[in-house]
Design a protein around this ligand. Structure first.
Ligand SMILES: [Zn+2]
Length: 75
């Protein structure tokens, strides 16, 4: 086997509510629906807005070091 390795850094990724002026966080309700793939229900802890994602949030994600900007932002 031949490997190429590079450092990554873990981030704790929060799904922020996109409702205007909310700034709440969408949290997994634990409720999932499976059709072609599983979708997980999330609800904003602040305004109650509900949305679906193909993963549960918050979650740990691993990013290449290069992806982290000097102000801790990432793409
Ligand atoms: Zn909200």
């Amino acid at each position: 086997m031949h490997f190429r390795e590079e450092p990554v850094t873990p981030v704790y990724r929060h799904w922020m509510c996109e409702q205007v002026d909310c700034n709440g966080e969408l949290l997994s309700t634990g409720e999932g629906i499976t059709r072609l793939s599983t979708r997980w229900k999330h609800r904003c802890g602040k305004c109650g807005h509900e949305d679906w994602a193909d993963a549960t949030y918050p979650r740990v994600a691993y990013l290449p070091i290069d992806a982290i900007g000097p102000d801790d932002s990432y793409t």
